[in-house]
Design a protein around this ligand. Structure first.
Ligand SMILES: C[S@@+](CC[C@H](N)C(=O)[O-])C[C@H]1O[C@@H](n2cnc3c(N)ncnc32)[C@H](O)[C@@H]1O
Length: 345
């Protein structure tokens, strides 16, 4: 970034520093650039020119490599169908699917005939297809539902099927076989709902279990989303949500987004399709779930901030304009956790 042709900086500065210290500090994130002028003057009226340049390599990338086009939501990018990637995706889907299964089996005698909704399944529906192999009726719902990708999905589901049968010869893989044979998603195998959770078009009380992994932190409106999940879940139905409370822009600095003032954060969140995380903390999430009609049977934190990062972060938080500036250290420490829910009468 240049002011009258002179490079500005430091780049990658904190928004708080750009606002209070200025001096040419700047930061960019997806489509947004936050910057300050060298002398605190208003760039709209100070008569100077501001320009930026980016390497040709980055400029070309969206067109040449659609799988990394940063302007598309991840689910709508072309899939990486290299064997290593598919093998890794299968292992991940099985890991998440097994954690769902363990939870459900500890609360329900059998999955057979139970309607199970996974919100935000991501690039494939492997985890819920694992539950389907145990008799569940699967539904997926996503704002950006990933379409069938010819080079990727047939291989992914074939490998998943082989793994499931290898670990349990009784696994019911007829659904997976049908998808592979049709080379397409089939509503008769997995119902697909293209919708934000905030407006789920499913009948009231029609779902036995709602599941999600790394989705709740991306929702725009928690109150409305949980109200919809409560509406579609039958009374006594279950919920399992693994939530990642980190700032997704840099997992090594997981609380940075808490420094932003409300308006600044809204711009960042919208600019990246919510992919940076909505920054609701665990207690706020619990309160929204309870208000929507869920009993929180359990919340277990399963990832925690490093002590040295927290020590360095707290003074910066206390000195900023963020609504989180008075949060206790204990609150801030939890950066990932799992909710177990039951729909109240
Ligand atoms: C980080 S990905 C997680 C994907 C997958 N569950 C996993 O564990 O890898 C978040 C998913 O939530 C979806 N999502 C984000 N906001 C949503 C919303 N408001 N309604 C429905 N889905 C949403 C995204 O499209 C994406 O598929």
């Amino acid at each position: 970034l240049y002011e009258d042709g002179v490079p500005l900086g430091p780049r990658h500065s904190l928004h708080e520093d750009i606002r209070t210290l200025g001096g040419g500090r700047y930061a960019h994130w997806v489509h947004q650039l936050y910057f300050s002028t060298t002398d605190h003057s208003d760039p709209n009226t100070n008569g100077r020119s501001y320009q930026y340049s980016i390497p040709l390599r980055l400029f070309r990338r969206p067109a040449d490599e659609p799988e990394v086009d940063p302007t598309l939501p991840v689910n709508h990018r072309k899939r990486d169908a290299r064997p290593d990637q598919i093998a890794a995706d299968v292992q991940y889907a099985i890991k998440v699917g097994k954690s769902y299964l363990t939870f459900i089996q500890s609360h329900l005698p059998s999955l057979i005939g139970k309607t199970v909704l996974e919100i935000g399944p991501g690039v494939n529906y492997g985890s819920i297809m694992l539950l389907a192999a145990h008799g569940a009726i699967p539904i997926v719902g996503d704002r950006f539902l990933a379409p069938w990708d010819r080079p990727y999905h047939p291989r992914f589901y074939a490998q998943l099927r082989d793994e499931l049968v290898r670990s349990d010869p009784r696994a019911d893989v007829r659904g997976l076989n049908a998808l592979i044979e049709a080379d397409s998603y089939l509503d008769s195998v997995v119902r697909r709902v293209i919708s934000p959770v905030e407006q789920l078009p499913l009948p009231t009380g029609s779902v036995d279990v709602v599941l999600s992994n790394a989705v709740v932190e991306h929702l725009y409106d928690l109150e409305q989303s949980f109200a919809q999940l409560a509406r579609v879940t039958r009374v006594g139905g279950l919920g399992f949500h693994q939530v990642d409370f980190r700032d997704h822009r840099n997992f090594d600095r997981p609380l940075e987004y808490l420094l932003l003032a409300r308006d600044e954060f809204s711009t960042v969140f919208a600019g990246c399709h919510g992919e940076c995380g909505n920054r609701y903390r665990p207690d706020e999430t619990t309160a929204c779930l309870q208000a929507a009609g869920f009993d929180v049977l359990d919340f277990t934190g399963n990832l925690f901030c490093k002590a040295d990062y927290l020590t360095e972060f707290i003074p910066r938080l206390r000195g900023c304009r963020s609504p989180y500036r008075n949060r206790s250290e204990d609150d801030l420490r939890i950066i990932s956790g799992r909710y177990l829910l039951r729909r109240r009468q």
